[in-house]
Ligand binder design. Structure first.
Ligand code: PLP
Length: 468
């Protein structure tokens, strides 16, 4: 094997094709065609590949490089922390300075009622932890049946054995025997498909009714929590109708069901506020953060726990002894140092104002370019998160045959124009979630390239008789 590798023309692409096992990738196709590019450096919103080609990253990686690539300030923080204390753990009451300071800062910033922070390494492990907390909480309270987790169709919450099923996207279940039986999904607040012709109030009432019926069917005494992204990201950038979270929140409280806000994308400025829950009127008991906490310079996640839940967890010690959960890299000092500095930078550079400003511009430009486009069913989003969904017909919306791969073809056409967007799973939707530092000129560049890409694919579809 080693010999044949040495005979291979030594390009980075060929090495990647032969040895790297890529996440969320068509494995056979990757072995045949390899990666579209091999990125080697980045600055601001721009990336460069090993062939010297440049790209503008309209997705901030995976909705995470919020302060942009190539920041010397964050790099310096990492270096200093690695020199001072590269690692220390947090098991058995062990402490180190940066995680404690970051936990305090997060509680200062979080919505009222939050009390403690448990650190992990990814959004998936943090949501997994949240679900374990819900189970532990209800065991301590003497409610051992109260374990089912409600999530929404199309919600994205990770890929562990538990969270992969909590995620409501069929592509993450296929072949993995997911979801696990105690996961239940309710209707996603997708206006284009579920709420056509309804007013906000009617649509909210319908979604609330769907949830109430699910709870009654399953039995409220069997349901521990519901998990929600304030605005759904990977599921399609879906912002619910007016009054939705108030209606849902009332039902969940009435049935003693905890609320987990999955803020992995929404927290730390993406919507123009530190927490998305505050923007949408969601009142969580548990909050999950990751991605933008460090602008992806270091893998770090957090479970922010309310005092209400915390008190019960502490009580659990009397029954179960030491809290038996944690990761080697929980409370990693480098991650915590980067998180602290990243939060300072958001403040120092008035990033929330920047997001409000650039966000308004992005939304305006997306709507101007796409709202009346014959192949566009909906333009969605707020601040610096947006999406365009493509349809075969409008009023009523008719989806394309998934085999046509409309969104992936648009993404490839945009990539040929040097713009990186994303085709979201199980829908013909492309998304935008650029670094906060994107300029208006860069937004214009992204939107123009996307518009050309959509027109190119539309022309192909018309020629093939797939679109009129
Ligand atoms: N939750 C949300 C809302 C996400 O968007 C993601 C990732 O995209 C996750 C959880 C999982 O995070 P990770 O990929 O870090 O495990």
């Amino acid at each position: 094997m080693t010999d044949s590798v040495q005979m291979d023309p030594e390009t980075l692409s060929s090495i990647d094709r032969r040895f790297a096992f890529h996440p969320f990738t068509a494995l056979g196709e990757h072995m045949r065609s390899g990666p579209p590019m091999m990125i080697t450096s980045g600055k601001g919103c721009r990336l460069q590949d090993d062939q010297g080609r440049g790209y503008i990253d309209a997705m901030a990686g995976l909705w995470c490089v919020n302060l942009g690539y190539g920041r010397e300030d964050l790099a310096a923080t990492m270096k200093e922390q690695a020199e001072d204390l590269a690692y220390w753990h947090a098991f058995s009451s062990m402490g180190s300075d940066k995680p404690a300071l970051l936990a305090r800062r997060l509680i200062e910033l979080a919505p009222a009622g939050m009390s403690k922070v448990f650190f992990g390494n990814s959004g998936s492990d943090a949501n997994d932890t949240q679900i374990k907390l819900v189970w532990y909480y209800n065991n301590v309270r003497g409610l051992p049946k109260k374990k089912k987790i409600i999530a929404r169709e199309r919600g994205y919450h990770g890929v562990t054995i538990m969270t992969g099923g909590v995620t409501g996207l069929p592509g993450l279940h296929a072949g993995f025997d997911l979801p696990l039986p105690f996961v239940k999904h309710t209707t996603a607040p997708r206006r284009l498909w579920e709420g056509q012709g309804l007013s906000d109030a009617e649509f909210t009432a319908r979604l609330a009714d769907d949830l109430e019926r699910l709870i009654e069917r399953e039995g409220p005494d069997t349901i521990g929590a519901m998990i929600m992204e304030p605005i759904m990201g990977a599921g399609g950038v879906i912002d619910p109708p007016e009054g939705y979270y108030q209606a849902i929140g009332e039902i969940l409280r009435r049935h003693d069901i905890l609320i987990i806000a999955d803020e992995v994308i929404c927290a730390f400025g993406r919507l123009g506020a530190m927490f998305g829950s505050e923007m949408v009127g969601l009142e969580p008991d548990l909050i999950t953060v990751a991605k933008g906490l460090t602008s992806a310079y270091f893998p770090l996640s957090g479970c922010i726990v309310s005092e209400k839940v915390w008190e019960v967890l502490v009580e659990g010690g009397e029954r179960y002894g030491v809290f038996g959960h944690g990761y080697t890299y929980s409370s990693h000092p480098i991650g915590a140092a980067v998180g602290l500095r990243n939060l300072e930078l958001i403040d120092e550079h008035a990033m929330l104002e920047t997001v409000a400003d650039r966000g308004a511009y992005l939304q305006k430009r997306l709507r101007a370019a796409f709202s009346d486009h014959p192949m566009v069913g909906e333009v969605r989003g707020q601040a610096l998160i947006g999406a365009v969904e493509y349809v075969r017909a409008k009023d009523p919306a008719v989806a394309f045959d998934p085999a046509l791969k409309v969104a992936p073809r648009i993404i490839s056409a945009a990539l040929r124009r040097g713009v990186i967007s994303r085709a979201l799973p199980n829908a013909d939707t492309t998304s935008f979630s650029p670094p906060f530092t994107i300029s208006e000129a860069e937004i214009d560049e992204v939107v123009a390239a996307m518009r050309d890409a959509v027109d190119e694919v539309m022309t192909e579809l018309i020629r093939a008789g797939e679109f009129e």
